[in-house]
Ligand binder design. Structure first.
Ligand SMILES: [Zn+2]
Length: 115
């Protein structure tokens, strides 16, 4: 029996079909706790995005208004994505340090992002 789930990510409506309720739980564990608005500018104009610079895949939540992005984590086995609750969408500033926002103090922050 197919299970249909309708949800919204930002302004985007998404209809999903699952075979089993357990699959809904798995999906929701990642996508159920995404921010509803951009962390940087509070716009609801956020969407799922993808980039692959240099062959490295980045799955992101991106803001259509200010350009802030937040990266999904990729499970080590490559079989799925996860979103850490503490992940904040931020506008990438080209590696310029000295911004008053203390994002660079975050030990989880990945400084190797190529974009
Ligand atoms: Zn924004």
């Amino acid at each position: 029996m197919a299970i249909t789930v309708k949800t919204k990510i930002g302004n985007q409506e998404i209809t999903l079909q699952f075979d089993k309720m357990s699959e809904v739980h798995k999906w929701n564990s990642t996508y159920g706790n995404l921010p509803k608005v951009c962390d940087a500018c509070k716009s609801p104009n956020i969407f799922l995005s993808f980039k692959s610079p240099g062959g490295n895949d980045y799955f992101m939540l991106a803001c259509g208004d200010c350009g802030a992005t937040g990266n999904f984590g990729i499970h080590k086995d490559g079989k799925g994505l996860f979103w850490k609750r503490e992940t904040k969408m931020e506008v990438y500033r080209g590696g310029v340090q000295g911004d008053s926002q203390a994002a660079s103090n975050d030990p989880e922050h990945d400084s190797d992002l190529p974009f």
